[in-house]
Design a protein around this ligand. Structure first.
Ligand SMILES: [Zn+2]
Length: 221
């Protein structure tokens, strides 16, 4: 089964992808990780991507798609995968479809109201000593890091202004992609505003109740 995680920034795509990956043994593929690794390895696409990023420009779709193509050709994803962070724009989707890079079976669309997303953003705390990430919206009352006692730090970009911009980019450039997959009958909508464990339960329930071909067999195995 080939999964695509879809949703706004901070909707919990990565967290739920990891939970699904642990339970069903599929590797997760994060576009952000691919980009970072490719640049660190200095491969052909990585060198190109870095040139654009150093100039503060968007990495062209062809380069991004070439990276994805290379990753999807690896042996560990033959049985399926959980993709997160790609495609991000209609033009990336077009290259993805035109080049016939792969067929996605299921698109998990996480629905989280804007207010809930925002409270995750402004509530994010990172331990200054060990990097543990906590969120005040979990209401656990930690005044300091429960792992090491370290002081909480707040990332400078975790504010409403910055998030609003990211959210607008998502709404204008990424959200339209969902229509394509809806027409293909591949979208499973999941309510993702609960805590991670409950959102994951919502996800499994939505998958169980969908009639996407092959999904029931996959979940039962
Ligand atoms: Zn800590």
């Amino acid at each position: 089964m080939k999964f695509l995680m879809f949703g706004a920034p901070m909707a919990g795509k990565g967290t739920l992808a990891n939970m699904l990956s642990e339970d069903y043994g599929l590797p997760t593929i994060s576009m952000g990780d691919i980009l970072r690794n490719s640049i660190a390895n200095g491969d052909e696409e990585g060198v190109k991507a870095k040139e654009y990023m150093d100039k503060g420009e968007m990495v062209p779709d062809e380069v991004v798609c070439a990276m994805i193509k290379r990753r999807l050709a690896a042996e560990d994803v033959e049985e399926g995968f959980i993709l997160d962070g790609f495609p991000r724009t209609p033009s990336q989707l077009k290259v993805f479809v035109d080049q016939n890079i792969t067929d996605i079976d299921v698109v998990v669309s996480l629905e989280v109201p804007y207010e809930a997303l925002l409270s995750r953003v402004v509530g994010r705390r990172t331990c200054k000593k060990c990097g543990y990430i906590y969120n005040t919206s979990w209401n656990l009352g930690y005044e300091s890091c429960p792992k090491c006692g370290g002081e909480w730090g707040i990332r400078s970009d975790d504010n409403e202004e910055t998030y609003k911009n990211r959210y607008n980019v998502y709404q204008n450039e990424t959200l339209p992609i969902l229509d394509y997959f809806k027409k293909e009958g591949k979208v499973v909508t999941v309510y993702g505003a609960d805590e991670p464990e409950q959102s994951y339960e919502n996800l499994l329930e939505a998958l169980e109740n969908s009639n996407i071909e092959g999904l029931k067999e996959f979940l039962d195995n």
